[in-house]
Design a protein around this ligand. Structure first.
Ligand code: ZN
Length: 682
């Protein structure tokens, strides 16, 4: 991104964030989910990190909270109520550790062994409480971080806020924490409100904020809020100690908070609570990771709006913001074309998502979606992620309108919209089946032989639009598979590994895998031999483009003459190699790293009895598989044939041989049992 593009984007992000923040903080109205808003803020933060001189004082990354409402008395905080930078991944946390360590080094601060105090991040309203000589004299909201709203009367109705500390503490101290509504309370209240026909509370966070930020303390009282401490402005050595001091004074502290000695423990704590948060009676949206040693807080200080000594390590949200890079159309079983959004990969609900379904053209119109748009995507459970909202304010002007394709992306047949239906369909009735069969053939044993790619997996990958043709297999990333059913982490790894191991593939197998009409394994090998004899460089590998060059220069007649193909086979090869579709496919394969291995027969005609001999296999062998037997024969320069004829040199008969055995007897062909065969190929 150029600087002027970044500047543009930053301006638009700031405006968009401000609109939704205002709605949320000032009007208590949710117009964009917290997670999506976090996504926008994160993008802004990352952009500002890359272009630090574009950071302005009014950037949402530099401010916290919202402006205090006029209806409340203003309170200037003795010490700003800062908010924290968000982290969404282990990488973000690792980067944070590196950042504060670098900063410490740059100011000549020698860090001791740093401990982390991990706290559950309660989802409510931040409150600061001021005590004078142990007596509560004031309660206030965060407001914009410097000036908050005075809500003393309201918070006095919260039972867990001590009006008088259990110890006689002279002078002024402040305790900060989160006012929350328990889930069970919300449920009870909503049941009652439903009966009374009152509007329901949207969620515990909104309910807590709304209960405090209103003028009638009787309402606050009726909401049964709770309060948990998370910061003490009074002398203490560590966060751990501050917690226990507050507890001894009569405050509630979160009992699960924990010291972690390194990031590994921090990650374990985070993962544990991400998994088990439903067991708590309050909502948490992450873990706050703080340096435990309080003397380091002042030394490390604040950068922008947030401190260097702590991070809000959020849980994976079900929504995220990302960009639409392209729309692809998948063909379904009935020929229906379904649009799928290709996204800039983004983490949602703990998985990296790079595709989202769009259902049909109507859905695209309803969303008003264009290619290049910034969108909110949602992934609930294991359902395929979907686009829920477009953010048109963030457009740059280069977005492209989405149109239904004129021709099928798989088979290039015309596409029609069925009358009275939303769906567009490929007019080729066999489209889906043919495409799937082609892919199954491509990965099959005799062809590319890719482990772990059964027909069901192929169909699944095809249906979600991850593969349209064979080349797409080589573009698969692990993150594409993470979100699919049936894919455990390990099987995803294994599959990607298996595919990449087949990037360098024996030429004959490759030619067979292309699924050219009438080209079986043997004719593919004959074609390979022809190619090998015609290549310019005598290396051990051949590029796909060199292969194309060699074959496409041969006429059907030449193919027929040189390789001894019949006219039908020759014409089929010729046609395939002079087709635009094939050309594109080969080009794509080459660009994805496929190269071809040249395997010459190891032994010459002089010292083996197999070279140029024709074999037919029948029955099952015990000491090796049929494919292994075939490979052996080919490696020694022999040929495999599927049927017995006068031209057959050997029939290898295993257990339970079929009719080929009888035919061989009838024609007087030499029959080898398994032992004889093994001796021959030794
Ligand atoms: Zn089609």
């Amino acid at each position: 991104m150029t600087k002027s593009e970044a500047k543009n984007r930053i301006t638009k992000l700031k405006q968009e964030i401000d609109i939704h923040r205002y709605n949320y903080h000032v009007l208590d109205k949710i117009t964009l989910s917290e997670a999506a808003l976090d996504g926008l803020k994160h993008e802004l933060f990352v952009l500002e990190q890359s272009f630090p001189d574009l950071v302005t004082a009014d950037s949402p990354t530099q401010r916290v909270g919202g402006k205090p409402l006029a209806k409340f008395k203003k309170v200037e905080h003795s010490k700003p109520m800062i908010s924290l930078f968000d982290a969404f991944s282990e990488t973000d946390i690792i980067d944070w550790e590196e950042r504060y360590k670098n900063y410490a080094a740059s100011i000549g601060l020698r860090l001791p062994k740093v401990e982390y105090y991990c706290e559950l991040k309660l989802d409510g309203l931040a409150i600061t409480l001021k005590y004078e000589n142990g007596v509560l004299i004031e309660g206030a909201t965060r407001g914009d971080g410097k000036i908050g709203e005075e809500v003393t009367q309201n918070i006095k109705t919260i039972d867990s806020i001590p009006l008088k500390l259990k110890a006689a503490i002279p002078g002024i101290i402040e305790v900060r924490g989160e006012a929350i509504m328990h889930k069970s309370v919300l449920e009870k209240l909503n049941k009652r409100y439903a009966k009374e026909g009152k509007p329901l509370l949207a969620n515990t966070r909104n309910a807590a904020a709304g209960s405090i930020r209103q003028l009638d303390s009787k309402v606050t009282s009726s909401r049964h809020l709770d309060f948990y401490e998370y910061d003490l402005i009074a002398p203490a050595q560590s966060r751990l100690e501050a917690d226990s001091i507050c507890k001894s004074w009569g405050f509630k502290t979160v009992k699960y908070n924990k010291i972690c000695t390194d990031l590994k423990e921090v990650f374990a704590f985070h993962h544990h609570w991400e998994k088990h948060r439903d067991q708590l009676d309050y909502n948490i949206d992450g873990v706050v990771v703080k340096i435990n040693q309080l003397d380091l807080w002042d030394k490390l200080g604040i950068v922008g709006k947030a401190p260097r000594y702590a991070m809000a390590y959020k849980f994976a949200a079900e929504q995220a913001v990302t960009q639409i890079n392209d729309i692809i159309w998948q063909v379904g079983r009935t020929g229906t074309l379904t649009p799928t959004a290709v996204l800039t990969p983004v983490s949602v609900g703990g998985a990296t998502i790079s595709r989202a379904t769009l259902h049909n053209m109507d859905e695209i119109d309803r969303l008003g979606l264009k290619i290049g748009d910034t969108v909110v995507i949602e992934r609930a459970g294991d359902v395929i992620p979907k686009v829920v909202k477009v953010l048109p304010n963030l457009r740059s002007g280069r977005e492209k309108k989405v149109t239904a394709p004129q021709v099928c992306p798989i088979c290039e047949s015309p596409v029609r919209q069925v009358e009275g239906e939303v769906a567009y369909r490929c007019t080729n009735k066999k489209c889906y089946a043919v495409a799937l069969r082609g892919l199954e053939h491509f990965v099959s044993k005799g062809a590319m032989d890719i482990d772990g790619l059964g027909p069901k997996i192929i169909e699944q990958l095809f249906n979600v639009g991850l593969i349209k043709d064979a080349a797409d297999l080589y573009a698969l990333r692990k993150s594409d598979l993470d979100n699919l059913e049936r894919f455990a982490e390990k099987s995803a790894d294994n599959l990607i590994q298996a595919i990449s191991e087949r990037k360098e593939i024996e030429l004959g197998r490759f030619l067979y895998s292309l699924g050219i009409l009438h080209i079986g394994e043997e004719s593919a090998r004959a074609l390979a031999a022809l190619v090998i004899s015609r290549r310019l460089e005598k290396g051990k590998t051949l590029s796909v483009s060199e292969l194309s060059r060699i074959i496409s220069r041969l006429s059907a007649e030449e193919l027929s003459e040189v390789a001894d193909f019949g006219p039908v086979v020759s014409q089929s090869i010729y046609d395939w190699w002079h087709d635009e579709h094939s050309e594109k496919l080969l080009h794509k394969m080459e660009s994805l790293g496929i190269t071809l291995k040249i395997v010459l027969p190891k032994v010459s005609a002089k010292n083996n009895t197999i070279f140029t001999k024709s074999f037919v296999l029948t029955g099952s062998l015990t000491s090796l598989t049929r494919d292994e037997a075939k490979d052996k024969i080919r490696a020694l320069g022999g040929k495999i044939s599927e049927s017995v004829s006068r031209l057959t040199d050997y029939v290898v008969a295993g257990d339970d041989p079929g009719s080929k055995y009888d035919k061989a007897k009838e024609l007087g062909i030499k029959i080898l049992n398994e032992t004889e065969f093994i001796n021959l190929i030794k």
